[in-house]
Design a binder for this molecule. Structure first.
Ligand code: HEM
Length: 192
């Protein structure tokens, strides 16, 4: 049940500064269309009972890299409660990326997640005291691992290569779109 995920506030956050019209043009720019929406829904079906394994892989990657786990630390010590709390919301995000309509409510929550990575709101949701910002460069860099690692999971439910490729491209476009929206607070006024 989504309401039991601590700190998950979908539908309960402020307005995104990015408009639906801007989002439409971004979608056009990453070649995201109706076929992609269909393939994302299918990816959601394929991934729904695999989210724990996906998260194990991603957390293994973060945990195995000191410069990444750094963002969950205070004085060099990882905050395990923080890692666990974020993990639950991360699992929900996989499902939301695949299943939610990209409407005003979705757009608003992308802005909220943006703020939560930036110094404006990092640490606040979980009331922790770890490093104050995730640096911009890693937000963009994460597009590759978050994309490349999903393919194996998309292929696990017996779909043909063409269908797996279609789900994979839709996922790649959706992650790219999302990360663009998440970088908003890092960009100078009028330069986004
Ligand atoms: C929060 C995904 C980049 C560290 C989150 C959440 C999601 C997520 C879904 C929870 C959102 C919510 O509160 O509902 C992603 C994706 C990324 C990305 C898809 C890029 C493709 C990064 C990077 C780091 C990072 C590079 C650095 C290791 C964190 C931390 C939080 C968080 C520390 C908690 C922020 C807070 O205090 O609220 N991320 N993330 N993320 N992520 Fe990321």
């Amino acid at each position: 049940m989504t309401e039991q995920i601590k700190g998950y506030a979908y539908g309960q956050v402020g307005q995104s500064p990015v408009s639906i019209a801007d989002l439409d043009l971004l979608k056009k720019t990453v070649l995201f269309g109706e076929e992609d929406e269909k393939n994302l829904r299918l990816a959601g079906e394929v991934l729904k009972d695999q989210t724990n394994e996906v998260l194990d892989l991603w957390y293994g990657f973060v945990g195995g890299n000191e410069h990444l786990v750094h963002y969950f630390t205070k004085n060099g010590q990882p905050n395990m409660d923080y890692l666990t709390a974020v993990r639950a919301r991360f699992g929900q995000w996989i499902m939301d990326l695949c299943n939610k309509p990209y409407d005003q409510i979705w757009l608003n929550y992308q802005y909220e997640i943006a703020l939560r990575h930036h110094s404006i709101k990092k640490n606040k949701t979980d009331d922790v005291d770890t490093v104050p910002i995730i640096h911009y460069r890693y937000m963009v860099a994460f597009i590759f691992p978050i994309t490349a690692t999903i393919k194996g999971f998309l292929a696990k439910k017996g779909h043909d290569t063409e269908t797996v490729e279609a789900m994979y491209s839709a996922w790649f476009k959706a992650v790219t779109l999302t990360v663009i929206l998440w970088t908003y607070p890092y960009i100078n006024k009028n330069e986004f």
